[in-house]
Design a protein around this ligand. Structure first.
Ligand code: CAA
Length: 464
């Protein structure tokens, strides 16, 4: 049975913070953000936007574009780590907004929940909804999985330059035009960790930045190893002598807290996969140094990070590796197009991976690449922590969806914030009514109740 992504729609706030302006204001070298992390702009929500209305806007776009009515949708799942309530699920707010357009009660048959596991929960939601369809429960209906987040860190923190916001809605069904999921290979890894977390009542996360970078790499590698076992056992991928499964994955989409994290992950996974292959000898010769190992190869992440001699040598080795022709070819062919949107928009937490997919489709299509039959691998990571690796194949009708993709047009006219304006929004100094932009044909937040008996109730309107 074919199950996969039929269509994909995005909603990105039009306000943005320019990375160069930001770096100068914080006394940083702008090159650190632009070249070091791959960030040029960060999307920022207006005062009358929140993760629920971004999610509803992405849903509305996909439904309108595909001429769908609520009866065509059997499930609506929202994955987010920007929850608005400890109990009430974000998809209920989204349903409420959509019913302003489609009519009161029009979605009452539609099940769904809010999913949480930092940035990886959207991937679990996609997997669970695909299995709902595979189980024959969908009754010809589609599922919508929406990933929506505001990546917000403390002012002055090292996370502050990896912010962003936006939502991606994906239509999942048994007649997909875009991408079919590969069956029986989805693989996960999981471990109780405190690399990045947001305790109750706190608006911004507690982050151990370098720890989170390394943990991301380790967890995705573990999930990839599990994927590899399944892909070999099921015969999905049949590598020849001297090949790795990565040779059989045409495009890679990684979770992108910032765009250069994708490059870091590719280098880490290639090193792991290539070091057992004949091609590695030639690469080591080109790099001109042996691959370093930590003093305690079985040590903890803390002990590896504290091993400064290893960390310095490993950093040098990675830099040299990423300059080799072999790495560059793989990077250009499999990954680079997926990073473009992240540079323009920033971190979208749950939505980052899927914005990367969108980016890869749009920019590969623009290059004239024939995408039909190409295998796409996904490396999803959520702090706390879990990774999921899965894959899919691009379907013959993909052009119907991809030909109209235009990131800039879909975002609309972007408006640059001054640092003062950005800080006012960040510190919640403006009410929803003190918005910066006029909105048209979208849902906006108008009020959040404060009275004890209705505290937290949120009111939205559709600005038709
Ligand atoms: N010119 C050019 N490049 C420069 C430079 C300059 N002047 N100064 C530094 N750089 C480069 C560095 O060499 C480095 O690149 P490489 O690693 O490729 O060498 C890059 O810029 C970043 O430098 P640092 O590592 O020194 O940056 P930092 O310590 O200030 O912080 C960070 C980076 C850890 C990602 C931090 O922004 C952070 O904590 N972000 C939030 C957490 C996060 O995103 N973690 C990612 C994994 S966890 C996850 O993915 C879940 C999620 O969404 C949060």
């Amino acid at each position: 049975m074919t199950v996969g992504i039929d269509d994909i729609a995005i909603y990105i706030p039009r306000l943005f913070l320019d990375a160069r302006d930001f770096a100068e204001a914080r006394g940083m070298d702008p090159d650190k953000l632009q070249r070091g992390l791959g960030i040029s702009k960060m999307a920022i929500v207006d005062t009358n936007q929140d993760p629920a209305c971004m999610a509803a806007n992405a849903c509305l776009r996909i439904m309108q574009r595909d001429n769908m009515s609520p009866k065509d949708i059997g499930r609506l799942y929202v994955a987010t780590e920007s929850s608005l309530d400890e109990s009430k699920a974000m998809n209920s707010y989204v349903i409420g907004m959509l019913e302003q357009v489609y009519g009161e009660g029009s979605f009452e048959h539609c099940g769904g929940i809010e999913c949480k596991f930092a940035c990886v929960s959207g991937s679990y939601a996609l997997y669970d909804n695909s299995n709902w369809i595979r189980a024959g429960e969908a009754d010809e209906k589609s599922a919508i999985v929406v990933v929506s987040d505001i990546a917000k860190y403390d002012l002055g923190s090292s996370g502050e330059y990896t912010q962003g916001a936006g939502a991606v809605a994906m239509l999942v069904n048994d007649k997909p035009r875009l991408l079919e999921f590969d069956p029986k290979v989805t693989s996960t890894s999981i471990k109780n960790e405190y690399d990045f977390y947001r305790p109750f009542g706190k608006e911004t996360p507690i982050v151990h930045g370098q720890y989170s970078n390394l943990l991301y790499l380790i967890q995705v590698k573990k999930a990839l190893m599990a994927y590899k076992e399944k892909a070999l056992a099921t015969g999905l991928i049949k590598p020849k002598e001297g090949e790795t499964i990565l040779d059989h994955i045409d495009f890679l989409n990684m979770h992108l807290p910032y765009s250069n994290m994708g490059k870091k992950a590719l280098a880490y996974l290639l090193r792991h996969e290539w070091r057992k292959l004949p091609r590695w000898k030639k690469i080591i010769e080109k790099i001109g140094m042996e691959e370093p190992t930590p003093k305690d190869p079985r040590g903890t992440i803390e002990s590896v990070l504290a091993d400064t001699d290893f960390m310095t040598k490993d950093h040098e080795f990675t830099k040299k590796f990423t300059k080799t022709e072999e790495f560059q070819e793989t990077y250009d062919a499999k990954l680079s197009s997926s990073l473009i949107a992240s540079q323009m928009i920033g971190n979208l937490y749950t939505a980052s991976l899927y914005l990367g997919l969108r980016s890869s489709l749009e920019f590969e299509f623009q290059k004239g690449t024939n995408l039909e039959g190409k295998r796409v691998g996904f490396g999803s990571y959520g702090s706390g922590s879990s990774a999921m690796v899965f894959s899919g194949v691009i379907l013959p009708r993909y052009k119907e969806i991809v030909k109209d993709m235009n990131l800039e047009a879909e975002i609309g006219n972007r408006v640059k914030l001054s640092l003062e304006e950005y800080e006012e929004i960040h510190e919640n100094k403006r009410s929803p009514q003190e918005n910066f932009l006029e909105s048209k044909k979208e849902f906006i937040l108008v009020d959040v109740e404060n009275a004890p008996e209705s505290r937290g109730e949120r009111r939205y309107v559709y600005n038709g």
